[in-house]
Design a protein around this ligand. Structure first.
Ligand code: PEP
Ligand code: MN
Length: 329
């Protein structure tokens, strides 16, 4: 297993060194910190910039840990390689753009300073697109550069998308697959159970956001955990599983589909309540038989499309409709 851990962002020299010292005892650890942060909103903390590379160099030279940072364009690649950074990662937002990913791969390719580069981590793109993720990885694989490429599964919209990760595992068995439970969940409370999932599904490693004082973090404060919590999670994740690996993956997929299904039903009920309020305000009947038969007819077409039996479609639709009516009343 490889463990990449460290803060979302380098915030100050003290914060970087304090976190690195707290993590230094762990075997096989790569220290991470973002210095240029691709944030959704322009008013959010954008990272400390070039100065942070000096702090990462100190982590490597004085504490002895290999270090990793995020790059989003060729200028950042050149600066990071010039600073002697050993590992680079390409973030989920950058991975949505194949042209940018290619430019990053090219910049690494032609850099005379890439000799100390030991690995590149490619996140899944922000949308659930396994072909784009695999294509991005292949952009780094075209020559024998002498560094490792890893895929980092960080989910989409705070959902795991296990099916996407499983597909990548099947299509590219030679690429190490890591899980990033921090960005996947956006929630420190979910990190430990996702680390167990990674162990259960035989992932090759983890990338976890670790901050000495998570609540005070300038970015991603809700999802970061302390170095002590991280060490305890790693310790607790060493479990043996007897179920066949393929069945473990399939069960994770079905758990996620059920989760999405219940969310979709809750969403349907919320819209239904709004319809109920509208009908009430406009003195309309709750039960509108023509609308119900219209729903039945057009949804029954799913029967053929999805290979479901007519009875199953009718039972599910009737149950949903009855619950909607109950809500509206
Ligand atoms: C990160 O790892 O700091 C990050 C920004 O992650 P992602 O690209 O997965 O959102
Ligand atoms: Mn982050």
């Amino acid at each position: 297993m490889i463990y990449i851990a460290g803060p979302c962002a380098a915030e100050s020299e003290e914060q970087v060194l304090e976190t690195a010292r707290a993590l230094a005892q762990m075997d096989g650890l790569i220290f991470r910190a973002g210095v240029w942060k691709p944030r959704t909103r322009p008013e959010s903390f954008q990272g400390v910039g070039d100065e942070g590379l000096l702090w990462l160099s100190r982590v490597h030279n004085e504490i002895g840990l290999p270090v990793a940072t995020e790059v989003a364009n060729s200028e950042q690649v050149n600066k990071a390689l010039a600073a002697g950074i050993q590992y680079l990662w390409v973030g989920a937002r950058t991975c949505a753009s194949p042209i940018t990913v290619q430019a990053i791969a090219n910049a690494i390719n032609i850099s005379p300073q890439r000799t100390h580069l030991r690995g590149v981590f490619i996140k899944n793109p922000v949308n659930e697109d396994v072909a784009l993720w695999e294509g991005n990885i292949r952009r780094f694989q075209h020559s024998d550069l002498g560094f490792e490429i890893y895929a980092v599964h960080r989910g989409c919209n705070h959902q795991p998308c296990w099916q996407m990760a499983y597909q990548l595992r099947i299509d590219m068995p030679q690429v190490g697959l890591l899980l990033d439970p921090s960005h996947l969940s956006g929630d420190a409370e979910r990190v430990s159970s996702l680390c167990r999932d990674a162990a259960e599904l035989q992932y090759n490693g983890l990338m976890v956001e670790v901050h000495p004082h998570p609540k005070q973090a300038l970015s991603d404060a809700k999802q970061q955990i302390t170095p002590a919590e991280f060490a305890a999670i790693i310790h607790a994740s060493q479990v043996n599983y007897s179920t066949p690996i393929e069945l473990r993956w399939l069960r994770k997929m079905i758990d996620e589909v059920d989760d999405r299904l219940w969310n979709a039903i809750a969403q349907r009920m919320a819209v239904s309540e709004r319809i109920g309020a509208f009908k009430k305000a406009n003195h309309m009947e709750v039960l509108q038989p023509t609308r119900f038969s219209e729903i039945m007819t057009n949804r029954l077409a799913w029967e053929e499309k999805q290979g479901l039996s007519k009875e199953a479609v009718q039972t599910i639709l009737t149950a949903l409709h009855e619950e909607s009516i109950r809500k509206q009343q």
